[in-house]
Unconditional design. Structure first.
Lengths: 261, 135
């Protein structure tokens, strides 16, 4: 298995050493073990949304069990319940044996602001994006480089991605001109019509968005768990062709992959 | 940040919803500027969206000559969309308009303010019903 099977989690290292984590899928468990060795005083976790594949690793994130950890969890706001209440729904019996408040780390919750904000040396921009339930995309600018994170995103549900003015395309302002765009790419164009409204993108839609947003490189993310390695290889090749770029600008995300933005 | 001023997701979804409806829909931003109306609204108003894009409330509230049953003009703050914008509450009313094609139509209009998750006011939406289509 070359691409791996953990659910969504990305470690972002800023040039000043600051750490930002994008989502807390099962991939965060191994990351947490490495972070224990660093004795970081502050960790910022940016949740795109609270579907279980983006949250299920948090209970197995070792720094949460350390009293020396100050953890800031950012995520989409809801008109009904606070971010803390929604996260803690998962971290409570019968779904989880321990309540999040029983963990040793100091945890603070923040609604991701709509617009621009700062995390250390990084300028962050977050906006609601199209996916069932409250969901945000993140744009992180630091050291003159830009990373855009749009996982679990279905821009075509509300727009004609090829024809609509950019201001009417979900996620466009997050993606625009990014050096690296991490984007959902769950379906083939043939599969998408049967899964419209499920909150994910097809290859063709991502290719158009990448082209129109003028991004540097694209990282295909959030693979359908039923894909084989060979199918994912083909996804990368096909998307490069659709976008009309060399393969090194269009990469399929795999576990442990390291990318310098 | 990127150079584009992104429309709020609520408005993006509202526009997508409206664009697929056969019922006339008129969408405005928090300042009352027309940011979208669909094909059905184009027919009722006698004006294509491409010409009406960006119309301020002072224009759309008078250009189509809304009037009550006594033939008196209805001011913006008494129109359903004006109420949704100004008082931020839903409103409904029947009245007549004159489209830019010259036709006078009797319409029923229901308008709602639009609030995002953070209870941020992002605009308002009006749905028009052409009473001539009532059976």
């Amino acid at each position: 298995m070359r691409y791996g099977g953990n659910t969504s989690c990305i470690e972002v290292r800023l040039a000043d050493g600051g750490l930002v984590i994008l989502d807390a899928g099962t991939g965060i468990r191994a990351l947490g073990l490495e972070l224990l060795r660093e004795h970081l005083s502050r960790i910022d976790l940016l949740l795109s949304h609270l579907h279980v594949d983006h949250l299920e690793g948090l209970g197995f994130f070792p720094p949460l069990w350390s009293p020396h950890t100050e953890m800031h969890i950012w995520g989409p706001s809801s008109p009904i319940r606070s971010l803390a209440e929604r996260v803690e729904t998962y971290f409570s019996p019968p779904l989880f044996p321990v309540h999040l408040s029983e963990m040793a780390a100091r945890v603070e919750y923040h609604d991701a602001p709509e617009g621009e904000w700062f995390l250390g040396s990084a300028r962050v921009y977050s906006q609601p994006i199209l996916h069932p339930g409250p969901t945000v995309g993140y744009r992180i600018e630091a050291d003159g480089r830009t990373l855009a994170y749009l996982t679990d995103h279905e821009p075509a549900l509300a727009s004609d991605v090829r024809e609509a003015p950019p201001t009417w395309i979900s996620g466009f302002s997050i993606a625009e001109g990014a050096d690296l765009l991490v984007h959902d790419c769950q379906y083939t164009d043939e599969e998408y019509p049967e899964r419209t409204g499920w909150g994910h993108s097809s290859l063709g839609q991502v290719a158009v968005l990448a082209e129109r947003a003028g991004i540097g490189r694209l990282l295909l993310f959030h693979h359908d768990p039923m894909r084989t390695d060979e199918q994912l290889d083909e996804f990368g090749d096909q998307l490069s062709r659709l976008w009309g770029v060399d393969g090194d600008r269009c990469v399929v995300a795999r576990e442990g992959m390291l990318i310098a933005v | 940040m990127s150079g584009q001023e992104q429309n709020h997701l609520i408005l993006i979804v509202a526009r997508a919803f409206a664009s697929r409806l056969a019922t006339a829909v008129f969408l405005v931003d928090p300042d009352g500027n027309a940011i979208y109306f669909n094909e059905a609204a184009e027919r009722l108003l006698g004006r294509p969206f491409i010409e009406g894009h960006g119309m301020p409330a002072a224009i759309w509230s008078t250009q189509f000559a809304p009037q009550n049953e006594r033939g008196e003009p209805i001011p913006l703050d008494e129109l359903p969309l004006g109420i949704a914008l100004g008082r931020r509450v839903p409103a409904h009313r029947g009245f007549e308009i004159r489209g830019l094609d010259g036709a006078i139509r009797s319409v029923a209009v229901t308008a709602f303010p639009l609030f995002a998750h953070t209870e941020e006011f992002v605009g308002a939406i009006a749905i028009f019903w052409d009473r001539a289509e009532e059976t």
